[in-house]
Ligand binder design. Sequence first.
Ligand code: GLY
Length: 320
Amino acid sequence: MISRRKLLASAAATAVLSRLNITKSFAAQPKPQVPLIISTWNNRGANEAGWAILNKKGRALDAVEAAARVPEADPKDTSVGYGGLPDRDGHVTLDACIMDEKGRAGSVTFMENIMHAISVARAVMEKTPHVMLAGEGAYQFALANGFKKENLLTENAKKAWEDWKKESKYKPVINIERHDTIGVLAIDAKNDLSGACTTSGLAFKMRGRVGDSPILGAGLYIDNEIGGACATGLGETVMRAVSSFLVVELMRQGKTPQQACEEAIRRLVKKTPEYKDLQVGILAVNRAGEHGAYSIHKGFNYTLSLGNETKVHEADHFIK
Ligand code: GLY
């Protein structure tokens, strides 16, 4: 049985934590496990590129950018960068954002003909007084900063678009080829966090459509005092629920990353009557190096690199 002395000590500790606005569960977490990099979907190549930087005591910001550039350059990845499926008019348009440990952020949206949207987003953060550049403005900014014009529409993506045009059905595909938007979160050896998010968006979308990925708080959010979160799946739903910001705020209130991801998906489901027809997956980490992942449907997975080991894990899900 717990002694009176222990009980009083525990009550006193709880009172101190409460005055400091720290919940007991958060304060009790284990020693930080860093560095760490985690990304949405099966993304070993991306994680390995980021891990190579973290392992040499590099900065989390450099790691998440390096990781995001891998799927951006992969013609086989049909939902990110080069090889991404186009909009209904046949144009590949990219959305991306990046956020660092100081809370600085950069974003590009509806940008065409530049492969590495994540690096343009970083340049917006570092070289302009703005957070987001869109369309032609983002493209011109990229050219002025040394990025080269490239055709991002591969033969395969063009063929898929031509096939799609025969019926022109407009319905989101759940777990498209088991990957979608790439969100990456990293904690470096200094215990600083950064995140990146990059996508070509919903396949065959309306021209001008922008998803959650370049929107801070929706597709990605980082708060170095608390943790970070990113989302993948149907952006319209994620934007309405501001899911990444919500997850970070739930962690601030004392939830673990897993509890925060589950609560954010439950709230999103509540606001989305058609939730059974779409997929959203959320990933989160806190400063203690704990992570969480949750989705609406089965099939969302994520890649975690920790202590020189990279593994793909299946996320738990709302619809059982
Ligand atoms: N999550 C990517 C998009 O909806 O565009």
